[in-house]
Design a protein around this ligand. Structure first.
Ligand SMILES: Cc1cc2nc3c(=O)[nH]c(=O)nc-3n(C[C@H](O)[C@H](O)[C@H](O)COP(=O)(O)OP(=O)(O)OC[C@H]3O[C@@H](n4cnc5c(N)ncnc54)[C@H](O)[C@@H]3O)c2cc1C
Length: 504
């Protein structure tokens, strides 16, 4: 019978040969009422999500040594672990917070599901398609379009291929000219002619410059693109790279915008549930890392004094600024954008009903106002609210640090009273405000949406600062880091592998 370490190494080199290798901090504000973060009964039976609790170990149970240490259990770290596991490589994930998923988490509060910042799952994400079981996620789609608030009324912008009559009708609304809408269709078509990788390498400008160069009017830029893309990239100035604008257009053309029935956190939980029990340790804040060298294992020091040795690699899968703090100059030398990013505040209210029953995203097309986008998640996925109630979600650009929670909630409600009626909004009660200073890294040009992940000294890096700052970009960077680890390990001479304690 083969020993497990022998099998492990064989599969590692087989994997290396068979794959194309080398190719916040969440400032969650004081809860206004008590909040449970645990799942509820109807979420537990959700396919592969069910056994997540058994997979998480405490910091007290840290091993002394492993092959690969991954720092961070966000989408990138989980993806890296998933791919290493497929290759038979042992690993330990060290996560400083008490949960998995990083920026992709959902809290439960009084029967409501509160995503930690309003997020949308795009079914066309390619890495996600390869890793996730969409059926178990029970994805609930938004209407393919949006309702734009402008000049005292709502104006519908619809995808004519999915809602033909609405699309035709929306040609004549004041959100833009008929030419603008034809240009949207043309741009959507053009985005389909390129693969995502080709889009990421295409010539870039700011999205604003690209929209103007394509001939879009100020009306559609101000009334639609600013709130729509502003909500995705937390940037109403549209300084984000045109590559991401093209990517989003392609994703919208090829898939749907959804919420998982059990909240966005179900995506992370499903991935974590595919990782061996006991390999994720929460409450483990890493303070320093060194990579393994021939004859000397890498060392990862955790707050509290424990040290975990890594015989093959250390992968830092944290947010960009945290990666820079751990990796220092080694990362800066790798053409990185690790500066502070863009943020948002997300306000949740309970309501006796949604003022509109459609699964719609509402956008602020005016040039003023705090709320950039609003929706009623329970009209998209009823599981977001207890029976007979509705959940309201409002998002602002920036965290609004100058305002207390009560002030921010009152100001946003006053705006929403203009949109949905004073009587309706008067019944809304604040559940919670999430202020997220670091939602995404800066993505203005110049960008490199496939940055290097191998620091060449036994240290590797992944996270949304290496690829696109999306859930899918984080998954992809995790896979790339795993492949780089496997390539580097396979490249080590056998004697070195023996020297660092690996059996062949
Ligand atoms: C409000 C909001 C809305 C968004 N909307 C969308 C959307 O609609 N669609 C989309 O695709 N993407 C969206 N995103 C972006 C997407 O969520 C992120 O790009 C992605 O989740 C990043 O994953 P990551 O693994 O790179 O980083 P993270 O999720 O930040 O994971 C890093 C992990 O490392 C841990 N860590 C940090 N330092 C240490 C340390 N010293 N020791 C141990 N652990 C450490 C952190 O606690 C964290 O768990 C949104 C993000 C936010 C916040």
């Amino acid at each position: 019978m083969e020993s497990s370490s022998c099998m492990q190494n064989r599969s590692l080199s087989q994997y290396a040969a068979s794959t194309s290798l080398l190719t916040s901090r969440h400032a969650i504000q004081r809860p206004l009422t008590s909040c449970r973060v645990t799942g509820r009964a109807h979420l537990r039976g959700n396919g592969r999500n069910s056994s997540i609790k058994e997979r998480i170990a405490s910091v007290a149970a840290l091993p002394d040594s492993t092959e690969v240490v991954i720092v961070g259990a966000g989408m990138a770290g989980l993806s890296c672990g998933y791919h290493l596991q497929k290759a038979g490589v042992g690993f330990t994930i060290l996560e400083s917070s008490e949960g998995v998923g990083g920026r992709v988490q959902t809290d439960e509060m009084d029967g409501f599901l509160l995503d930690r910042g309003f997020q949308i799952f795009l079914t066309s994400y390619q890495e996600a398609q390869a890793l996730l079981d969409y059926q178990s996620l029970d994805l609930k789609p938004f209407y393919a379009g949006a309702s734009v608030r402008w000049n005292g009324g709502f104006h519908r912008v619809a995808d004519p291929l999915r809602h033909f009559a609405d699309g035709l009708w929306s040609l004549f609304n004041p959100v833009g000219s008929p030419l603008d809408k034809a240009l949207v269709g043309l741009y959507r078509l053009k985005s389909l002619l390129k693969t995502p990788d080709a889009i990421f390498q295409s010539p870039e400008a700011t999205t604003h410059a690209r929209l103007k160069a394509e001939g879009f009017s100020d009306a559609i830029v101000d009334r639609f693109f600013r709130p729509f893309l502003g909500g995705i990239f937390f940037d109403r100035e549209l300084q984000v790279t045109s590559r991401l604008f093209e990517f989003v257009m392609r994703c919208l053309a090829t898939g749907e915008n959804c919420l998982p029935a059990a909240g966005i956190g179900a995506v992370a939980r499903q991935l974590a549930a595919q990782i061996p029990p006991g390999s994720i340790h929460t409450g483990a804040r890493v303070q320093s890392v060194t990579g393994p060298l021939p004859g000397k294992p890498g060392q990862v020091k955790v707050a509290g004094g424990q040290v975990v040795s890594a015989s093959q690699a250390v992968v830092v899968a944290t947010e960009g600024p945290a990666a820079r703090a751990l990796l220092g100059d080694a990362l800066t030398a790798l053409d990185s954008k690790t500066q502070e990013g863009v943020g948002t505040a997300n306000l949740y209210f309970r309501a006796p009903r949604a003022p509109r029953e459609e699964n719609m995203l509402y956008l602020n097309g005016e040039s003023s106002g705090l709320v950039n986008n609003a929706c009623f998640p329970s009209t998209v996925a009823p599981s977001y609210a207890p029976a007979g109630q509705a959940l309201v979600s409002l998002s602002t650009i920036g965290t609004q640090p100058g305002m207390s929670d009560d002030e921010l909630a009152e100001k946003c409600k006053a705006e929403m009273a203009q949109w949905f009626g004073a009587e309706e909004v008067a019944s809304w009660q604040l559940l919670r405000i999430y202020r997220i200073p670091f939602a995404q890294p800066d993505q203005a040009p110049p960008t490199d949406l496939s940055r290097a992940v191998n620091l060449t000294n036994g240290l590797f890096v992944c996270g949304d600062h290496r690829d696109t700052a999306t859930l899918d970009g984080a998954l992809k960077s995790g896979r790339r880091a795993a492949e780089a680890v496997l390539a580097a390990t396979a490249a080590l001479p056998v004697s070195s592998r023996e020297a660092v304690g690996t059996t062949v």
